[in-house]
Design a protein around this ligand. Structure first.
Ligand SMILES: Cc1cc2nc3c(=O)[nH]c(=O)nc-3n(C[C@H](O)[C@H](O)[C@H](O)COP(=O)(O)OP(=O)(O)OC[C@H]3O[C@@H](n4cnc5c(N)ncnc54)[C@H](O)[C@@H]3O)c2cc1C
Length: 457
């Protein structure tokens, strides 16, 4: 079997690991190509930061590569001298090390069954003929494969909320996780404005806070992510089935469930955690106008309660707020004017700030944007793939097979995806507990197809 995986962040690395493990189980020779310009493997957007204050927002017990071996990550940490339990929140950089290390270990187990090519380039285009894919690469070369997996992650923010004088200013940072960005921001003198008050903004605030500097964090709602409870209580699922409810009734049911669990347990979190196994089927059953209404009216509330801060992060954020180094603002940017040594930012309510830098911490965009990823642009324009419902991610089947624009009823090519690109169909598709399950199922799906189509086996 000759698969090519585009993207070596968490999703691409997890699918590579599961392909190797499945190949070993089935004794199937595997020529695997992993394409990503990043020098490292397994880090992607989330696990590249080397700042030890940037913690995972899922406890270690939820982060194993293997859904059926939930303690694998905790054992890996212990083997490397990091004392952690299933409830620990460890630095994200360790998780990047873990993904790369696990891929290496799986490759070693596969031995001579495996040829692994790691190509450091962008895939720029994809075409199919005679059952084979040809991926064009930014270095002018190409890769031939019989299965292609797109693990290209979320679209980045296009910073379209920023007025033009801000977006074009050298004092504006559009991509806070790009290599070297935090060092550059740390070296500046003066206050900093973070746009966004979610998990990314809190991590950046912790990295940049220092005596004599105020970090302003601004969002329309001014909501911070909720903290995880320590210790946490087990999830509580709703007692009744909620299938096929319209959004208005579903919302009422969710609120009633939360009230009931909070009254019984003194904490709302077990109620929300109990919804997680149901979320994707509830989302799939909602008509598109209801999904659009949820995105418009409830997304901020959902994000701040569902994607929570590690308790240690919440404590550190409270400390910098108490000391006056972090100031939380609710509102919008109306205008920006560069001066020789700063930016003057005008906010609604006749407020203004003078800052050395403005950082876009609004996080990944929900919808694909033209011009960000030449490969996806090319595949969309040639009809090989199509946008997902409401423009979220890519259209795909329940197994993660990409649905071409031209033949929606029956995908013909072995073209797959996982992770954030499945968000239109699944909603809960951006965190490791979901991605690892998709990776295992996808690897098994490819193996079964390869076994079925190989008459020698
Ligand atoms: C800051 C942050 C912290 C998070 N923390 C957690 C956490 O603690 N726990 C948890 O469960 N989840 C967490 N998540 C969510 C989740 O793990 C991430 O969404 C994860 O990054 C998804 O991985 P990915 O590989 O799909 O995407 P990405 O990490 O974005 O990686 C995509 C990769 O694809 C490559 N690529 C894209 N296009 C091409 C192309 N054309 N050719 C070649 N390569 C290409 C990119 O270079 C990139 O390396 C976090 C997310 C973020 C952003």
């Amino acid at each position: 079997m000759r698969p090519a995986v585009v993207g070596a962040g968490a999703s691409g690395t997890l699918v590579a690991i599961h392909l190797l493990e499945a190949a070993v189980r089935q004794g199937m020779p595997l020529e695997l190509t992993l394409v990503d310009p990043d020098e490292e493997t397994g880090r992607g957007l989330a696990y590249g930061s080397r700042d030890r204050r940037h913690l995972l927002n899922v406890p270690a017990g939820g982060m194993s590569c293997f859904p059926d071996d939930p303690h694998h990550f905790v054992r890996w940490l212990a083997d490397r001298g990091t004392a952690a339990t299933v409830t620990s929140f460890v630095p994200r950089s360790l998780y990047g090390d873990y993904l790369a290390g696990t891929l290496k270990a799986s490759a070693a187990r596969a031995g001579t069954l495996l040829t692994l090519r790691r190509i450091h380039a962008h895939a720029t285009d994809c075409s199919w003929s005679d059952g084979h894919a040809r991926l064009g690469l930014s270095d002018g070369s190409s890769v031939t494969a019989d299965h292609v997996v797109l693990a290209t992650g979320s679209p980045s923010s296009d910073s379209s909320w920023a007025p033009a004088p801000l977006r074009t200013s050298p004092r504006f940072t559009a991509a806070p996780w790009a290599p070297g960005t935090l060092d550059h921001l740390r070296a500046l003198d003066g206050d900093v404005l973070l746009v966004g008050t979610g998990l990314t903004a809190m991590d950046i605030a912790l990295s940049l806070a220092r005596p004599g500097r105020v970090i302003h964090a601004l969002s329309r709602q001014g909501r911070l992510p909720q903290p995880h409870a320590a210790p946490s209580l087990p999830p509580v699922a709703p007692e009744e089935s909620w299938s096929d409810l319209p959004l208005r009734r579903l919302r009422a049911k969710v609120h009633a469930h939360i009230r009931q669990v909070t009254a019984a347990q003194g904490d709302w979190r077990p109620a929300l955690d109990g919804l997680r196994p149901l979320t994707n089927s509830l989302w799939a059953a909602l008509p598109e106008p209801d999904r659009a209404e949820f995105l418009r009216d409830s997304l901020s509330l959902w994000n701040t309660h569902r994607h929570r801060m590690a308790p240690e992060t919440a404590e550190a954020v409270s400390r910098i707020r108490r000391s006056g180094r972090l100031s939380l603002l609710k509102g919008e940017i109306l205008a920006a004017a560069p001066t020789p040594d700063a930016l003057t930012i005008t906010l609604d309510g006749a407020r203004s700030l003078r800052v050395a830098a403005v950082v876009d911490c609004t996080g990944p965009a929900l919808r694909l944007q033209d011009g960000q990823n030449p490969l996806l642009d090319h595949m969309l324009s040639s009809g090989l793939i199509a946008p997902g419902p409401l423009g979220l991610g890519l259209a795909c089947t329940a197994e993660g097979r990409l649905i071409p624009r031209n033949e929606p009823a029956r995908p013909l090519r072995s073209l797959w995806t996982l992770g954030p690109t499945r968000r239109g169909e699944l909603w809960e598709s951006t965190a490791i507990p979901e991605i690892r399950r998709q990776a295992a199922a996808l690897a098994q799906g490819l193996m079964s197809r390869a076994t079925a189509s190989d008459p020698a086996r």
